[in-house]
Design a protein around this ligand. Structure first.
Ligand SMILES: Cc1ncc(C[n+]2csc(CCOP(=O)(O)OP(=O)(O)O)c2C)c(N)n1
Length: 673
């Protein structure tokens, strides 16, 4: 773009400021302060720095922008509108309204140009780090010495709140360690948060903190000086082996005579009167709302043409790449378009019932390693628990600064950061990311799991040590309420396989699933392999629940269980059948997969007429009533576990085949009365 005068820059910046101010004022709700302070950053990035083509927001090598301070969403919507993305003036005027494309906080998949869902502080910057990790990984695989097809930056703005949140500590630390040099973040250093000045609660030295993470840190003292923003970005771009933080001194509510630098302008409209005073103060026409001066519109139109040129140039580069490296080009496009083929499915391991018990974490590990060669985008990791979760891809090494192409990520003990990075990678595309830890620590990942689900993306979580069955580590490590808690997050698919074969199909279900996260819940302890010659195929796991062993005629009782409790329930069912009790045993690995089945199938598994039903699961019983009905019962665990050997703990809490048998008899007797 041609260099513009300071006057023009100010005009364009004020256009952004007042689109945001007017949007918030019209909605009578929202956060004007941050956009007013940070408008120069958005202007500089979108019109002078970023390689992006608003006409094709999904161009693969575009620079990404992440507004981590998602409450400042009107800043993003305003700059997207001006830049030519599919965000219309009507959309700006419908800010925060029912079904609008301009919700209170940016939502991935809803608005063109929004790269990830932000608002919960700390997530955006962490997602951006996930994007940079995906770029580094895919770049290491596909970039060649002579042609780099993935070579872009990930820009963003983070706020005080972002940097206070623990998750940003986790991920910024990892980003520095992994030398993710494509990250360039502005820190909106306005010294204000909601309660008032940040000095109330925040006094660490941010530059020193980030320097100690091995980030490249700069300081811009006047955000309105576009030249200094440009210079800082240019310097940051040159530092290729460190992420960059540009600490930028800003003023919340800039331009508002009575509200600038106050917490009051953070999350409330300025008010009609103050809007006028602010417009007057910044030489803006007081009588106009949503005003875009012609020269500003024309300037952004020109910038749009630049975007097209940038993409055309990349397209030409990619054509050359295709000719020189046809195989890689094909694979790259397939991965980025989510086309993974079918071959990997034929490689799922089958496990014989040879009398040897095997933990589902172990069979999962075997599955991961069996399919990895046939799933190039499959990218794993764990929060310092690779050996315990059995998630290491043995033939593909640890991802490191020397080997970004490797496929096992060491997240360190940073569960929340791991989940947020998984979200960033899933938004980026090209990879099928999974992350592993103990199930009890799913609480540490929870905010990011929720956001992944809200975003409609599909990270996979491998949660092992899934119940009191883990034994001696005791109640601190024994999940109790966690199945209920993860199932409670809308759309998340939870799968708790019963044995080795179900665990292999659980992976198939997870990889084939689209549109929401999948949690695989696996055991530490060994489980018998359910004989595939004798019982229904484990492939039926894909239906969420299936009749594992049936009885003749209408059942007297339906027993249902998930995970490690299936084999004891099966044993109880066999004993009951032998005694002439018509007991049906249902393996029930996933509520969410089952709920999606047609009504006829549901009726087949759980006929409405049979209401004597018992669920068996070593966790809180919350939610099972939907399947067992009011006439049924649940064998569950409504208290914390205990530190003792596995057998004692399971027995102590009643999870034995004998007790399932006893409880079933009791239930049948009760319902006969
Ligand atoms: C995890 C999380 N906690 C709390 C909030 C509510 N909230 C929104 S913005 C904010 C802090 C505002 O301060 P800052 O981040 O400095 O933004 P600024 O006021 O400068 O725009 C808070 C607590 C949130 N969005 N996310």
């Amino acid at each position: 773009m041609p260099i513009k005068t300071k006057e023009f820059d100010d005009l364009a910046i004020n256009t952004i400021r007042f689109l945001a101010v007017d949007g918030v004022q019209k909605a009578n709700s929202g956060h004007p302060g941050m956009p007013m302070g940070c408008a120069p950053i958005a202007y500089t990035l979108y019109s002078k720095i970023m390689n992006h083509n608003p006409a094709n927001p999904k161009w693969l090598n575009r620079d990404r922008f992440v507004l981590s301070a998602g409450h400042g969403s009107m800043l993003l919507y305003s700059i997207l509108h001006l830049s030519g993305y599919e965000v219309s003036m009507d959309d700006l005027k419908s800010f925060r309204q029912w079904h609008s494309k301009t919700p209170g906080h940016p939502e991935y998949g809803l608005t063109s140009g929004v790269e990830t869902t932000t608002g919960p502080l700390g997530q955006g910057i962490s997602n951006a780090i996930g994007m940079a990790l995906a770029e580094a990984h895919l770049g290491a695989i596909f970039n060649k010495g002579d042609i780099k097809i993935l070579d872009h930056f990930i820009y963003g703005i983070c706020s005080d709140g972002d940097l206070m949140e623990g998750v940003s500590h986790e991920t910024a630390s990892l980003a520095g360690h992994l030398k993710l040099g494509k990250i360039i973040f502005f820190y909106d250093n306005n010294h204000i948060s909601i309660d008032g000045p940040t000095s109330l609660s925040f006094s660490e030295d941010i530059p020193k903190r980030f320097e100690s993470y091995d980030w490249h840190v700069q300081h811009v003292t006047d955000v309105n000086d576009v030249d200094s923003l440009l210079r800082a970005v240019e310097a940051a771009q040159k530092v290729t082996n460190k992420p960059s933080l540009i600490v930028t001194d800003t003023h919340i509510g800039y331009g508002s005579p009575n509200k600038h630098d106050t917490a009051g302008v953070h999350g409330s409209p300025l008010g009609e009167e103050e809007v006028k005073l602010t417009k007057k103060n910044l030489n803006w026409p007081e009588d106009k709302t949503f005003y875009i001066p012609d020269e500003v519109a024309a300037f952004f139109k020109e910038a749009m043409a630049d975007g097209k040129k940038a993409e055309d140039k990349w397209n030409a580069l990619f054509e050359t790449y295709k000719k020189k490296y046809p195989e890689e080009a094909k694979l790259f496009l397939n991965l980025m378009n989510g086309k993974i083929g079918d071959e990997w499915k034929n490689k799922l391991p089958l496990f014989e019932d040879d009398g040897k018990a095997i933990a589902t974490r172990t069979s999962s590990g075997k599955t991961i390693n069996a399919i990895a060669p046939y799933l190039p985008g499959f990218l794993g990791g764990s929060a310092d628990l690779h050996p315990s979760t059995d998630t290491f891809m043995n033939d593909y090494g640890s991802l490191s600064t020397e080997h970004y192409e490797n496929r096992s990520i060491h997240y360190g003990i940073r569960e929340h950061g791991m989940a947020s990075i998984l979200n960033g990678m899933a938004c980026y595309g090209g990879v099928i990311p999974f992350g592993a830890t103990f199930f009890v620590f799913s609480d540490y990942l929870r905010p990011a799991i929720r956001l992944g689900s809200l975003s409609g993306i599909r990270p996979i979580y491998v949660f092992t040590h899934d119940s009191i069955g883990l034994g001696e580590d005791g109640p601190t490590h024994q999940p109790i309420e966690h199945l209920a808690a993860v199932r409670a997050i809308p759309k998340v698919v939870v799968i708790r396989p019963a044995d080795a074969n179900e665990s292999a199909y659980a992976w198939q279900a997870a990889i084939e699933h689209q549109g929401s996260p999948v949690a695989l819940i696996l055991t530490r302890q060994k489980l018998p392999v359910i004989d595939q010659k004798k019982y229904t195929s484990a492939k039926n796991l894909m239906k969420g629940a299936y009749i594992l062993k049936d009885c003749n005629g209408t059942p007297d009782v339906i027993l249902m269980a998930s995970g490690s409790e299936v084999s004891i329930t099966l044993a109880a069912g066999e004993k009951l059948n032998a005694e002439g009790v018509k007991a049906r045993v249902v393996s029930f690995p996933s509520w969410e997969l089952f709920d999606k089945q047609p009504d006829e199938y549901k009726e087949k598994v759980f006929p409405k007429a049979v209401r004597t039903r018992l669920s068996v699961e070593a966790g809180v019983g919350m939610g099972w009533i939907k399947y067992v009905t009011e006439d049924g019962d649940s064998m569950s665990l409504e208290t914390f576990g205990a530190s003792a050997p596995l057998k004692d703990v399971m027995k102590g809490y009643g999870f034995t085949a004998d007790n399932v048998y006893e409880q079933t008899k009791k239930l049948i007797a009760k319902n006969k009365k």
